[in-house]
Design a protein around this ligand. Structure first.
Ligand SMILES: [Zn+2]
Length: 336
C-alpha cells in the first residue's frame, strides 16, 4: 500500500479520436501501477465531477456556458486543438473534480497524485493547447474558498509554459532579470537558460519550459525558467533546484501544485528538451524532497506526454508515483 492516495476514474478517457494526445494513457498508467505492484486497488480514490460553481471560481460565466451548451465558435474549437463534445466536457469536469479531491487529500495526508489533469493552457475565457478547464487552478481557488488555504504555489515542469496558469494568477512582471545562480554557474552546469522573476499575489507560479516552443506568447509567471533547446538532465535539475529554492525563499505556500508533465523527455513528439526517463524521475524526487523537508502538502497532476512510444509516457508518469513513494516512505520510516 502506498503512503498516499491516487485519484483516478475510468472516465478520465477523452473521446478525441486518433490524436497525438493519447487519452488512453490514464488507463494504461493505472494498469501498469497495479501490474508492477506499485499500487493496489485500495490506493485509488474515485473522484466526482467538479461543480459548475467551482469552475466559475476561475473561468468566466460566458465561457462555461459555451462549454455546457456546446456553443463554442469554430475558431475557439480550433484553438482548443481537441474536438468538442459533451463527453469531452464531462471527462474534463471529472479530471477537475479529481484535482479538487487531490488537493483536499494532499492537505490531509501530505501528498496526493491525480492520475490526470494538469490542463495548464486553459485561460478564464478560452481553452487552448488540448486544455479546456484549468483543473488545478480551480482546485486552488476551491481550497481557498473552503478556507483550507490562503496561499499556494504551482511548480509546472511540463515542457510547455503554463500560460493559462500564469494569466489566471496574474503575476504581472515589472522587470525581467537574471537571477544570481552562482553555485550552479560555478559548476559549469547551467548555461544558456534565463530566469526571470516578478511579484506574486496569493498564488506563486513557477514554470520551467522550453523557450522555443508553444505557447509563443508567454504571460509572466512569478518565476519563468526559459530553457534552451536540447537542455539535458543535469542542467534541467540545476535550474529546477534554483527556481524552487528561490520561490520558497520568498513565498510560503500552504499547498504546492506540482504539474509533472512527461513531455520534457528526449523522445517526445511535441518537446525539444533532452531529458532521460531517469532524469525525469530525479526531477520528481527533487520536488517531493523539497516539499517533504518543509512539511508542505503536494498535489500532483500529470499534464502532457507525447512520447513516440506511449509506453515511455506511461513509464514516466508511473515513475512520478514511484518517486513519491520512495521519498514519502523514507520520510515516515523511523530512524535506526
Ligand atoms: Zn506540454
Amino acid at each position: 500500500m502506498l503512503p498516499f492516495k491516487l485519484v483516478y476514474s475510468e472516465k478520465y478517457y477523452l473521446p478525441i479520436g486518433e490524436h497525438v494526445f493519447r487519452a488512453d494513457k490514464y488507463r494504461l498508467i493505472r494498469e501498469r501501477l497495479l501490474q508492477q505492484s506499485v499500487a493496489d486497488d485500495g490506493d485509488f480514490l474515485n473522484p466526482g465531477p467538479a461543480s459548475e460553481s467551482d469552475v466559475l471560481l476561475v473561468h468566466s460565466p460566458h465561457y462555461v456556458n459555451k462549454l455546457m451548451e456546446g456553443s463554442l465558435t469554430a475558431r475557439e474549437e480550433l484553438e482548443m486543438e481537441i474536438p468538442y463534445s459533451p463527453q469531452v466536457v464531462a471527462a474534463i469536469m471529472l479530471h477537475t473534480g479529481g484535482s479538487i479531491l487531490a488537493a483536499e487529500r494532499a492537505l490531509q495526508d501530505g501528498l496526493c497524485v491525480n492520475l490526470g489533469g494538469g490542463f495548464h493552457h486553459a485561460f478564464p475565457d478560452h481553452g487552448e493547447g488540448f486544455c479546456m478547464i484549468n483543473d488545478f487552478a480551480v482546485a486552488i481557488r476551491t481550497m481557498q474558498k473552503r478556507g483550507r488555504i490562503r496561499r499556494a504555489m504551482t511548480v509546472d515542469c511540463d515542457v510547455h509554459q503554463g500560460n493559462g496558469t500564469a494569466f489566471i494568477f496574474g503575476n504581472a512582471r515589472h522587470r525581467a532579470n537574471m537571477l544570481p545562480s552562482a553555485a550552479a554557474t560555478a559548476t559549469g552546469v547551467i548555461s544558456g537558460a534565463t530566469i526571470s522573476e516578478g511579484p506574486s499575489k496569493d498564488v506563486f507560479t513557477i514554470s520551467l519550459h522550453q523557450e522555443n516552443n508553444y505557447p509563443y506568447i508567454k504571460p509572466a509567471s512569478s518565476i519563468d525558467v526559459n530553457l534552451p533547446d536540447g537542455c539535458g538532465d543535469m542542467e534541467y535539475l540545476a535550474w529546477l533546484d534554483n527556481a524552487l529554492s528561490s520561490g520558497l525563499r520568498q513565498f510560503e505556500p500552504e499547498l504546492l501544485c506540482y504539474v509533472a508533465g512527461a513531455d520534457p523527455f528526449s523522445q517526445d513528439q511535441l518537446g525539444g528538451l533532452n531529458l532521460t526517463i531517469e532524469g525525469l524521475k530525479r526531477r520528481d524526487e527533487l520536488v517531493f524532497r523539497a516539499a517533504r523537508a518543509r512539511n508542505l502538502p503536494v498535489m500532483t497532476t500529470y499534464a502532457g506526454g507525447y512520447a513516440n512510444h506511449v509506453e515511455d509516457t506511461v513509464t514516466i508518469h508511473c515513475n512520478t508515483v514511484i518517486a513519491a513513494s520512495e521519498v514519502y516512505r523514507a520520510a515516515t520510516t523511523p530512524q535506526g
